[in-house]
Ligand binder design. Sequence first.
Ligand code: CA
Length: 180
Amino acid sequence: MGVRGMVMRTILLMTLSAICRAIVVGQSKQPISTSIRSVDFRNFEYGVCDGPNVRLRKGRHRYGDSQHDVATFTSVRYVDFDGDGKQEAFVVIDWSSSGSVGGGVNAYVYAMRGSSPVVIWSRCEGRSGATLVGKTIRFGYPEYIGDDANCCPTFQTMDTYSWRNGRFVRIAKKRKRNGY
Ligand SMILES: [Ca+2]
């Protein structure tokens, strides 16, 4: 290759390199999403809650030694709980346990703060269930009174949560006595 060829080759490489830099810079300038819908809750590390701590990968997490100690992504629903025009995410994770509790759910509400999802409500308990009714959350769980045996809680209780004055508050608690 002559001098002229080497110069041409250098110019070509420099041009290619400049184009690549422009592409990379262009990508980094794309706006970071501030929508909660951009969060991949199937591959997500959930914060501390009363249920098992969950780090989902592909929607699952083995958190104990037994094959029964498994948490599974169940659902995400998007609701504007606080009425600010931006949606929050209501996420439910089912878990089973090799222990006497047997299983339950972890339920969370995440809101975007800047470009990061932040938990603004959570409840995680054994033998529980969580559902969304409009903009209210219903969380059902066994309520043990005194020395109730593990099998036999006195009440099956349903708490209802709604967004009021800047936070979730419990607006109702319904107890149903178990017929043991
Ligand atoms: Ca909102």
